[in-house]
Design a protein around this ligand. Structure first.
Ligand code: B12
Ligand code: SF4
Ligand code: SF4
Length: 394
């Protein structure tokens, strides 16, 4: 039996939509038929892997990941026939790995250096969705990491690329630097071909990870990932992973940055995602001193603001502690400045910040000097988590 030919009206509509999407800076793009055998198989695999991930507790304290609709597109829009997936290129102008050497400065992940991508992307998807609805497309819903939807397997099903060993979507034309967004529609737009896995024998992303967060290729234990620990994790950063954090104070780019497919990526030119110069390697000492309003002012409109001051300053203090081990890179004046910035946070109102300050100071002072401080501070400290940090020196 001959395969069903795509409806020419749908083909035309898709071509028009793609033109509009490209004009909005969205590429690559692709469509997946939700009732197609290949897509159903891919989503069933994704669900199986998600359940294994949850059972192994690899999601840490991201409890929202267990919502049942995450792997079931139909629960988000029961009448959905197609998933239209879009990429938004955010390839940086220089290699982000170079930033790791600036130990006295805060290294903010590339994706967070400009305006919050959720807002930028969502606005563009919304306008595409409205247009599609106006063409008689029935109900259309848009998603950018804002609903329980597994965007990477859908993007792979729609032919944008494949999920690499670092678990993110890699494109042969754009490398690893892509945000993903999705429209669900009732229309049956002609689907695109999914394409194969081009990781081959490469394992650069697995080997570069500073915390060994990949238990196996294609699997991530979020609890060890610095992106999770610096952005999502609300408690103190586990002691054994603090040194590995280096100067990464918000997210981590290492596994994406080493991907050889990035050599085909072209630097992003999206004005709305332009990097803010004040976020490019700011001094850690200044960041440690941020109060609530200073934090909100500095990061207004970025994704950083959602993490809040307490978690952010916790990260900054860990990075300041790490800078103590950089020997010649930190001169005496710089060491004194760092120590003063840390000491000022020992009396911070937030236990999360005080606890990180204790650890950071311990990287500068001798055990004896910390012991003296610990004996005085320990009794006065009301919070168990901070007392535990002092107890290390008693
Ligand atoms: C939760 C989450 C995180 C968590 C967990 C990440 C993860 N890999 O699961 C944390 C906080 C760590 C995180 C970090 C980052 N994230 Co994030 N994150 C998400 C989110 C909200 C859900 C991802 C998810 O469902 N994870 C659950 C796991 C089970 O699913 P999965 O990653 O698809 O895992 C697959 C594989 O592991 C595989 N698998 C699992 N077990 C096995 C076993 C075998 C045998 C095989 C073959 C396969 C296999 O199958 C799984 C299902 O497809 C998505 C947005 C969304 N709504 O989808 C963004 C998203 C994935 N994140 C994104 C980004 C940019 C990042 C960071 C780069 C940010 C940064 N610079 O700090 C890092 C990258 C870290 C990394 N190596 O993944 C982008 C990725 C874009 C892309 N090109 O893929 C997304 C899509 C957001 C967006 N809309 O653009 N993120
Ligand atoms: S983002 Fe960093 S810590 Fe997380 S898996 Fe990639 S390299 Fe490892
Ligand atoms: S770095 Fe290598 S193994 Fe990792 S995603 Fe890229 S090609 Fe695949």
């Amino acid at each position: 039996m001959a395969a069903a030919r795509p409806d020419p009206t749908m083909r035309q509509l898709k071509a028009q939509l793609w033109r509009r999407a490209r004009a909005l800076g969205l590429a690559p793009l692709g469509a997946a038929a939700l009732d197609g055998k290949a897509t159903r198989q891919r989503l069933a695999d994704a669900e199986r892997h998600l359940q294994a991930f949850l059972r192994a507790k690899r999601h840490g304290d991201m409890g929202w990941m267990a919502r049942p609709e995450r792997a079931h597109v139909a629960r988000l829009l029961p009448q959905a026939a197609s998933a239209l997936v879009f990429g938004l290129n955010y390839a940086p102008p220089t290699d982000p790995m170079e930033r790791l050497a600036h130990t006295g400065s805060g290294n903010i992940s590339v994706y967070a250096l400009g305006r919050d991508y959720h807002r930028v992307f969502k606005r563009r998807l919304k306008s595409l969705g409205r247009w599609l609805e106006a063409q008689g497309g029935g109900m259309v819903r848009h998603f950018v990491d804002t609903a329980p939807l597994m965007e990477k397997p859908l993007a792979a099903a729609a032919g944008l690329g494949w999920q690499g060993k670092h678990t993110n979507l890699v494109s042969r034309r754009y490398g690893s630097w892509l945000f993903l967004g999705c429209l669900l529609t009732e229309l049956k737009l002609p689907p695109d071909e999914p394409h194969g896995d081009y990781c081959g024998s490469c394992r650069a992303c697995l080997d570069v990870c500073p915390t060994n967060a990949f238990p196996a290729p294609y699997q991530l234990d979020a609890r060890r990932c610095l992106s999770y620990l610096t952005i999502e994790h609300k408690a103190p950063i586990p002691r054994e992973l603090r040194r590995a954090l280096g100067n990464r104070i918000f997210g981590c780019d290492d596994c994406l940055a080493v991907c050889p497919w990035n050599k085909y990526a072209r630097q992003a030119r999206d004005a709305e995602l332009a990097h803010r110069t004040e976020l490019d390697l700011p001094p850690l000492t200044a960041l440690a001193a941020l109060d609530e309003s200073g934090f909100r002012r500095l990061f207004a409109g970025t994704s950083i603001v959602r993490t809040g001051r307490e978690r952010f300053v916790r990260n900054v203090l860990i990075a300041l502690g790490n800078a103590a081990h950089e020997g010649g890179a930190q001169g005496d004046a710089m060491r004194a400045e760092s120590e003063a910035a840390i000491v000022a946070r020992l009396s911070d109102g937030a236990p999360l910040v005080r606890g990180a300050a204790v650890w950071a100071l311990g990287q500068y002072l001798s055990a004896a000097a910390m012991g003296v401080r610990a004996r005085a501070a320990h009794k006065k400290e009301a919070e168990a988590s901070v007392r535990a940090e002092w107890e290390v020196f008693l």
